[in-house]
Write a protein that binds this ligand. Structure first.
Ligand code: MN
Length: 238
């Protein structure tokens, strides 16, 4: 039996509120351009440019937020507040080609996340037709708060269907929207991702951000909130 060259890293894991259970993170899928007002502020036409799927490494997730290092190689570091859905145990489901209702039933819990972005590198990548990976999938680029169990959020008057989503920086309003304004609702996002890859337990899905994105600097304190979920606080390390 061969042994590992070095100990495999423990999985990144998210706490589930009201339980002593952790959700081990597998992969991170993200939606871009899923709120029309943000698509427009980024120079896209939401009637012509549909939402786009990209990824971050699972180990870019920073459970619970806290101090976040300012990343190297950027002069334009932007947070994007997002609703995050976590896929739970799936039983016999293989996660492929799901219909929206079936896909939504796989969600174990919801959290507030920040899709941290090197906006300058993203702009360069767009101009060059190059991949977004280093603009989006760098170290510590995905702070995520505690998960609220999906079973605690039944009905259409809260996440994932509707609810205020906001970001403040040093107490000043920065981003504000409503989950109901998503171009693709969460169930459709999950169905779409399942047509591209098989969804697996521990996959996280970031669902896009509303308008108001802008830069943050060392020392800034970011408060990300989705109505009905545990807030997420991040400080950019001084
Ligand atoms: Mn985003």
């Amino acid at each position: 039996m061969p042994s590992f060259l070095f100990p495999p890293p423990p999985p990144v894991a998210l706490p589930i509120l009201g339980t002593d259970t952790l959700l081990p993170v597998r992969r991170v899928f993200c939606l871009g351009r899923n709120y029309a007002d943000h698509a427009r502020e980024m120079g896209n036409d939401p009637s012509r440019d549909p939402p786009v799927v990209f990824t971050k490494p699972g180990d870019a997730v920073v459970p619970g937020g806290g101090d976040l290092p300012y990343p190297p190689a950027t002069a334009e570091f932007h947070p994007e507040v997002e609703l995050v859905a976590a896929i739970g145990a799936m039983g016999d489901a293989d996660g492929r080609d799901l219909d929206p209702t079936t896909a939504l039933a796989l969600v174990a819990g919801y959290a507030v996340g920040l899709d941290m972005t090197r906006r300058d590198l993203q702009a360069q990548a767009k101009r060059a037709g190059a991949p977004w990976d280093m603009a989006k999938g760098f170290d510590h680029s995905a702070p995520v708060g505690a998960l609220t169990p999906a079973t605690a959020l039944t009905g259409i008057d809260g996440p994932p269907h509707r609810g205020r989503i906001t970001l403040t920086v040093n107490g000043s309003p920065r981003q504000r929207g409503d989950l109901a304004d998503m171009i693709w609702p969460l169930a459709d996002i999950l169905a779409q991702v399942s047509r591209l890859v098989a969804l697996r337990p521990g996959d996280l899905v970031f669902t896009g951000t509303p308008a108001g994105v802008g830069p943050v600097r060392a020392g800034d304190v970011l408060q990300a909130e989705v109505e009905g979920l545990a807030p997420l606080t991040v400080r950019i390390a001084p």
